[in-house]
Write a protein that binds this ligand. Structure first.
Ligand code: CMP
Length: 837
């Protein structure tokens, strides 16, 4: 048979076989990879016994597998990038960062500890030399989460445990492969130099990989953006990214390709999520899961097939050595988990990891596809001496199979014994509430459908009663909930609300109502809110909004630039972003209020719903206050933003309409493309943040100050030339006690508070008042702090202009002096101030 036909037959036959395995694994409650490995070995044995020159499809298939020429190069360069990209894409990057230190410890330090422990232990029993043994150590250092995670999912193990295991195995693949490459070079003498040089190489490879992966990932995120509604193109771009980042890092930059693939996938998973439309994201996840499934299955089967042949020469000595590897690798893991991990928590770098988690992580250190592929690479490297080749092959396969068949099949039991699969009362209640919520909404929708199609009353009642019963059953299951405190119930409600909040932001984003930049900000914020609720319940929730709304250091920086150098753009950008965020949050909070009233009240009870509403209203108040402060400041801009909102909605409607027209063959593809191009252009214009004019009309502001209001027009114009407009942000300290005074300030709009040293309450000054005059009059230092209460438009009069002005204008001088005199009375606030406060 033609060579290529043999290959096709082999691979297609394997895929056929693979397709039966997931249902079987589910049927026997067995991790898929364990079954896969078992079937692979069995297949290998069958090939060894039955392959021969007969001409029927079955023997052809066996022969094709025996002759299948899939080298480790193919596995490493074609399957591995896919496998790594897929698992990195599935990781929740934010959670990864929450547990970054323990994960890095397990991923990098544990790899080194395992490599050295296994290397030194095994070298005591074989004459092959330390480097070969260390190479073995590096190969078996990378853990494979697939089997473990599937068990976790089946049993509903805690999320944090999943993140720890997933994060560890993702990053340790990168570390182990980088270390493996280095040791292989040392073994084949393509690299010279001692441990110091090797460590430096390792570090360079690792960092180079991270940088390359990051840049490639960012570029793809940028490219993907203009490809709106082209899911196939977008998904293809991510597949290209997996390979390109690998090849660029490996061959052009000279760093670790694996690290680059993982990094680029993490970038896509975090940044890309907001650039790729939610529908496309879902499709992309499916494509990647499928590709990952193929890659993992084929790597496993292709390597497992070789096992019977490899193990044919293995004797008791090898079995003994495999046990040494098992003991050393387990001991190394135990040292890191029980010895080093607590140090991190002790140093305040990580939340405590419980002993039962650690036990599961120790026992769940399964090895898989990556170790097998690396072992295959060693056996195919002609520079590696033969004895080392077969030593590595036997040890690695032996070890991988022990972890799969011993640990893999007992992990489920261990998790049960440690009771990690049991939900806490709060979690159980949360699950029940979530179920109740969805059943409740399904019942309503079924009722609506029945009404639309005018289904008979009796049929409708039967249908509805089914859901009613289900709801009742959930309520019965919730018997334990009596034990829950009110606080627990509120926390459950808040968790549901925060999750819903994030969903709503995504919904607004996918409808085009929220821009990408704002979405990124809001997504990150929802995550933090969830953590705050989980950690501190309602107090966490309550305390969240205020600091978020508070003016950020960036905003202050932008404001300083505007004030100091007259650079307007950064401030305009910040303010418009703030505007958009506030509008989005306000809209979503209102929707959440309705959701709480209509839905949550039914499943959590009126009282809890009432509490939740209170908390929502509290947040809404803060947001609305901030929003009205901004609106007051920039009324024109508010109008621009509103029209932008409506503009977006209009675009969305137009697009849906065009698509329908096309689907009904009323317009041709060409016309549709034209129309969509036009839409795209308009969308881009809308996406641009509208410019915000923060320059003020000084003359107009001057007129708002009563002191100047009655002056003749030409006087106002002269004064306006002396004054400089300045925007003060909420909470900003405008004047500091003890500083030298070089200007005084008139408040054109807004309010400030003066923290007068001997007064219990700060003195409030509002529109039309002035401050900072005392230092100029007395030539002494500032006698109090003055802080903005909201956004304030100020008019600044510099010292020399002040002197010029009061010299010319006796009335003005005496007025300012009188006010200053009144303020100097220890218990008196100024006459002007009393008008406002
Ligand atoms: P100056 O000393 O330049 O800086 C701090 C300012 O706070 C001061 O000028 C006054 O404008 C203002 N200030 C000080 N004390 C009072 C007060 N009792 N009532 C109102 N404003 C005051």
């Amino acid at each position: 048979m033609h060579d290529i036909v043999i290959q096709v037959l082999g691979v297609a036959g394997l895929l056929m076989l693979v397709s039966f395995l997931p249902p079987l694994a589910a049927r026997f409650q067995m991790p898929y990879t364990v079954l896969l490995a078992g079937v692979g070995v069995a297949l290998g044995a069958v090939i060894q016994t039955f392959a021969g020159p007969t001409n029927d499809p079955f023997h052809d298939f066996l022969n094709s597998l025996a002759e299948l020429n899939i080298s480790s190069d193919v596995l490493l360069h074609i399957f591995l990038p896919i496998l790594l990209f897929e698992s990195a894409l599935a990781v929740d990057v934010r959670r990864l960062f929450d547990d970054l230190w323990p994960i890095l410890l397990m991923a990098v330090v544990a790899v080194f500890v395992c490599t050295f422990a296994v290397g030194y232990a095994v070298s005591l029993f074989t004459p092959l030399g330390l480097v070969a043994c260390l190479l073995l150590g590096a190969i078996v250092a990378s853990t494979d989460p697939a089997a473990v995670i599937s068990i976790f999912r089946d049993l509903g193990a805690p999320r944090r445990l999943t993140t720890l295991v997933e994060g560890e195995s993702l990053l340790n693949d990168a570390a182990a492969i980088a270390l493996f490459t280095l040791l292989l070079e040392m073994l084949t003498r393509t690299s010279h130099g001692g441990v110091a040089a090797a460590s430096l190489d390792f570090l360079r490879d690792f960092i180079g990989g991270v940088v390359t992966g990051y840049i490639c990932g960012r570029i793809v995120c940028m490219l993907v953006e203009p490809m709106r509604n082209q899911p196939m193109a977008e998904i293809t771009l991510t597949v290209a990214l997996a390979y390109l980042s690998y090849v660029i890092a490996e061959h052009y930059v000279g760093s670790s390709g694996v690290v680059a693939v993982v990094t680029s996938a993490l970038v896509v998973g975090s940044v890309g999520k907001t650039r790729i439309s939610p529908a496309t994201w879902g499709a992309m996840e499916h494509v990647w899961q499928q590709l990952g499934f193929w890659a993992n299955s084929l790597i496993f089967l292709l390597t497992a097939i070789l096992v019977p042949r490899l193990m044919a020469d293995a004797g008791w000595a090898e079995v003994g050595l495999v046990l040494v590897v098992v003991a050393a690798a387990t001991a190394a893991r135990a040292v890191v988990l029980f010895g080093l991990l607590p140090v991190l928590s002790w140093a305040g770098l990580a939340q405590k990891v419980s002993n039962s988690y650690k036990t599961v992580m120790l026992w769940g250190g399964l090895r898989g596809a990556v170790s097998l592929t690396l072992a295959l690479a060693v056996t195919e490297n002609f520079r590696v001496p033969d004895p080392v080749q077969s030593f590595v092959a036997v040890m690695v396969t032996g070890f991988v199979f022990v972890t799969l068949f011993v640990n893999g099949t007992t992990l489920r039991w261990l998790i049960r014994v440690l009771k990690l699969d049991e939900l806490t009362p709060v979690e159980r209640a949360m699950r029940n509430r979530a179920l109740a919520l969805s059943t409740d909404s399904i019942r309503d929708r079924v009722a609506a459908v029945a009404q639309t199609y005018e289904v008979d009353g009796a049929v409708k009642d039967v249908m509805i009663s089914r859901y009613e019963e289900r709801l009742k059953k959930i309520d019965q299951d919730s018997g334990d909930e009596a034990k829950l405190t009110d606080e627990d119930r509120v926390t459950i409600g808040l968790v549901i609300l925060v999750n819903r909040e994030e969903e709503l932001y995504y919904a607004h984003f996918s409808e085009g109502m929220v821009s990408r930049a704002v979405m990124e900000l809001l997504a990150g914020r929802s995550g933090r809110l969830l953590d705050a609720v989980k950690a501190q319940g309602r107090n966490g929730y309550r305390a969240f909004e205020e600091p978020f709304i508070a003016v950020s250091p960036w905003m202050r920086g932008a404001s300083w630039l505007q004030r100091r150098f007259g650079i307007h753009r950064p401030l305009a950008r910040r303010l418009s972003m703030r505007f958009e965020v506030l509008v989005a949050v306000r809209t979503v909070l209102r929707e959440l209020l309705a959701f709480t009233r209509d839905r949550l009240a039914r499943v959590l009870g009126q009282e809890v719903a009432f509490e939740l509403e209170g908390l929502l209203v509290g947040r809404l108040g803060i947001v609305e206050q901030a929003l009205s402060a901004l609106k007051l400041q920039y009324p024109d801009y508010a109008v621009v933003l509103q029209s932008r909102y409506v503009g977006r909605a209009a675009l969305r409607l137009e697009q849906a309409d065009y698509r329908t027209l096309y689907a009904e063959s009323i317009i041709s593809q060409e016309v549709l493309t034209d129309l969509e191009r036009d839409l795209e252009q308009r969308r881009r214009v809308l996406e641009r943040l509208p410019k915000l004019d923060v320059r003020f009309d000084v003359a107009d502001l001057v007129r708002r100050v009563p002191l100047f209001a009655d002056l003749p027009a030409e006087r106002v114009t002269t004064i306006a030339t002396l004054l400089r407009a300045q925007l003060a942000l909420p909470g900003e300290t405008i004047v500091r006690k003890g500083e030298r005074g070089d200007a005084m300030f008139f408040i054109a709009s807004g309010a400030v508070e003066v923290l007068v040293p001997n007064l219990a309450e700060p003195v409030k000054l509002g529109t039309g008042d002035f401050f900072g005059e005392m230092a100029l009059l007395t030539r002494q230092r500032r006698n109090a702090d003055v802080r903005a209460l909201g956004y304030c438009q100020l008019l600044v009069l510099d010292e020399k202009d002040f002197r010029r002005l009061v010299q010319k204008d006796a009335d003005l001088r005496s007025h300012i002096q009188a006010v200053a005199e009144a303020r100097r009375q220890p218990t008196q606030s100024s006459p002007a101030a009393s008008a406002v406060s």
